[in-house]
Design a binder for this molecule. Structure first.
Ligand code: NDP
Length: 245
């Protein structure tokens, strides 16, 4: 398998795209740690499913808004498994609302998880990643195309991942670490259910007139995590059903 002997940490691995990614990486042979904030039982279920695949697994409570907690999660992963090869920055929160109803407290909360938490996790992980290491961040299709009003704060937080990815690719590349960004389109999860209030409009912007599945995003993460993608860095891969076309 492509990830035999590798250790991955997936932030926000208790549900949705993160859970699918944790399972996919384990299916490729990786041992996997995942963080969660509120969904401890669901995180434990994912851990059980990874162990059933014959891999080692660990769930760590760590609020991505708390940089110290995120750093401790990276350290706990290395303490448990002895190394870290793959960081998947997935934990994120959504926000939809008009500018006039968006408070500065909302700005602080969303940026703390979607931007500061990613920075903290990557900074902590970078010291452990060696040649062949991987940083894969889950951005969003809204960095390419904003489908309607009310997205300013969320788009701000996800567009920041573009610059971070390119800059860190330059910084970590000389050590053999690739840094890439996956931008999902509308994907059926708790955050953006395919039967939710905004679903019809989002679906109509894809070329397939359908939502994506979390497993489809996880497949692209698995590609980027594998040794065969070693010359792919600073890339922005859309898994968006053509949402940006
Ligand atoms: P879900 O809401 O389904 O899952 C979010 C995951 O992130 C959960 O595991 C949750 O854990 C975790 N999480 C949320 N806040 C925190 C926090 N403060 N600290 C630690 N973990 C946290 O979302 P998705 O799976 O849909 O989203 C995953 C990523 O994909 C996000 O970055 C999102 O922005 C992005 N994305 C999603 C799209 C979609 O259409 N679904 C489209 C484009 C991008 P817990 O429940 O334990 O708190």
């Amino acid at each position: 398998m492509t990830l035999d002997g590798k250790v991955a940490l997936v932030t926000g691995g208790s549900r949705g795209i993160g859970a699918a990614t944790a399972l996919r990486l384990a299916g490729e042979g990786a041992d996997v740690a995942l963080t969660y904030h509120s969904s401890g039982e669901k995180a434990a279920e994912i851990v059980d499913r990874i162990k059933a695949l014959g891999r080692r697994a660990l769930a760590i409570e760590a609020d991505s808004a708390d940089a110290d907690a995120v750093t401790r999660a990276v350290d706990a992963t290395v303490a448990e498994f002895g190394r870290l090869d793959i960081l998947v920055n997935n934990a994120g929160v959504g926000f939809v609302g008009p500018l006039e109803a968006t408070g500065i407290d909302d700005v602080d909360r969303v940026l703390a998880v979607n931007v500061r938490g990613v920075f903290a996790a990557t900074k902590a992980a970078a010291g452990h990643l060696g040649d062949g290491g991987r940083v894969i961040t889950i951005g969003s299709c809204v960095a390419e195309r904003v489908p309607g009003p009310g997205m300013a704060l969320y788009a701000l937080s996800k567009t920041a991942m573009v610059g971070l990815t390119k800059a860190l690719a330059r910084e970590l590349g000389p050590r053999g670490v690739t840094v890439n960004l996956v931008q999902p389109g509308p994907t059926d999860t708790d955050m953006n259910p395919a039967d939710g209030p905004y679903a019809a409009d989002q679906r109509s912007l894809t070329v397939f007139d359908r939502y994506g599945e979390a497993a489809e995003v996880a497949d692209t993460v698995a590609y980027l995590a594998a040794p065969g993608s070693g010359y792919v860095t600073a890339a922005i891969l859309s898994v968006d059903g053509g949402h940006a076309a």
